[in-house]
Design a protein around this ligand. Structure first.
Ligand code: SF4
Length: 384
């Protein structure tokens, strides 16, 4: 089994490998094969943490990892929740984007000893973008001229192997970007020439993440006949995931912002960002999830974080996947998870009273008197 397929199970060749393999998904489910448990973990991690990467990757071989993808698609369909499907697809896309970045950034010397070999040209071809995306080399003075080694061209060091600037045809640009990501993404603010938009490598990677998300969403949710055996065989897993989803739906009932009462983990993250230090992805996700869950809108979070290392565009991008029309659906990780990431230091031993940062905040709000919502403070009301 090709390790590349396990890493990128939504690739067309991976899907063909599953279709051509001598395996029956109903039989796997009936046997409760490792792919089933890994598929459940994929969905659980997507709903809890915004990633589908395993917490115990060594526990699964490439075949189980690959087959867990179609199992996860079945499971998320059985949840009968559009919000769950959307979050699952976003998590698969975010995980894939991290892997694509890591695989493309790996030096050739390391790549040659690795089982997985991925080129940017492979990814572009996968999404029919190989003709639509061309290298553009920044010229002196900040402009650009087209040319240089293309995505499919010869490879040397990373910088020479994949250029830093590209031109993407306007139609795929519009399909794979969103003006809500920030003004910078609006066409009027882009350099548009000969029907193509100039973007840097980070923006191209973001467009590719959107392409992965669309691919994952294709065909979801599946529809099952009432008497479909696979649904009943997965009933216990679906019940667990549905409980998780119900817990998610109950967050967001605070709608009061009192920074002085935030739990120490969140205050520490805010202090760190205020010192202009960069937050790691888990730190930033935990903070955004907390602020979203207590009822803050993206605009309010941008204002709240105005004097920190967190930029407005990144905040809007992250909070887009943390909210839906019903409010916050993506609470911060539990104290146990935050401890594993080194974010919680269990100050004042309050693991005794809180299992997660929201519970701690709720307890402190209940004990407090005469709190003033941050949004009602004079300087804030004028600024927002
Ligand atoms: S115990 Fe929980 S709420 Fe308290 S600092 Fe740690 S993670 Fe935050």
């Amino acid at each position: 089994m090709d390790s590349l397929y396990a890493r990128y199970p939504f690739f067309e060749a991976a899907r063909e490998a599953v279709a051509g393999a001598d395996v029956s998904l109903p039989a796997l489910v009936a046997a409760d094969a490792p792919a089933v448990e890994r598929g459940r973990e994929r969905v659980e991690r997507a709903l809890r943490s915004g990633t589908t990467a395993s917490e115990t990757p060594d526990a699964y071989d490439a075949k189980a990892e690959l087959l867990s993808y179609p199992i996860a698609r079945i499971l998320v369909s059985l949840l009968e929740s559009n919000a769950a499907v959307e979050k699952y697809a976003s998590a698969e896309a975010a995980t894939a984007a991290d892997r694509i970045r890591a695989d493309l950034d790996r030096e050739d010397t390391l790549r040659s000893t690795d089982e997985v070999s991925l080129e940017l040209s492979d990814v572009l071809r996968e999404f029919d973008l190989d003709d639509a995306v061309r290298p553009a080399v920044p010229a002196a003075g900040g402009g650009s001229r087209d040319g240089g080694p293309g995505p499919a061209g010869p490879r040397a060091s990373r910088s020479a192997r994949d250029p830093e600037w590209f031109r993407i045809d306007v139609a795929p640009y519009l399909r794979l970007s969103d003006p809500d990501w920030g003004d910078r993404w609006r066409l009027v603010n882009r350099e548009l020439r000969d029907g193509a938009v100039r973007i840097d490598r980070a923006d191209l990677e973001r467009c590719l993440e959107r392409a992965v998300r669309s691919r994952v969403l294709e065909g979801l949710p599946f529809e099952f006949a009432a008497d479909d055996g696979i649904g009943s065989d997965l009933e216990a897993h679906v019940a667990d995931l549905r409980r998780l989803l119900d817990e998610r739906a109950t967050v967001g009932g605070f709608d009061v912002v009192v920074p002085e009462l935030f739990p120490p983990c969140m205050r520490n993250l805010i202090d760190k960002a205020e010192r202009e230090a960069a937050l790691s992805p888990p730190e930033s996700l935990a903070l955004m999830a907390f602020l979203t869950a207590i009822g803050m809108s993206p605009d309010e979070i941008v204002a709240f974080c105005a004097d920190t290392s967190l930029d407005a565009e990144g905040i809007r991008y992250q909070t887009e996947y943390l909210r839906d029309e019903a409010g916050a659906q993506y609470p911060p990780p539990t104290c146990e998870t935050l401890s594993a990431y080194g974010i919680c230091h269990n100050e004042d031993d309050h693991w005794q009273v809180a299992g997660d940062p929201l519970a701690y905040y709720e307890a402190r709000l209940a004990d407090a008197e005469d709190v003033v919502d941050w949004r009602d403070r004079n300087d804030v009301a004028e600024a927002t």
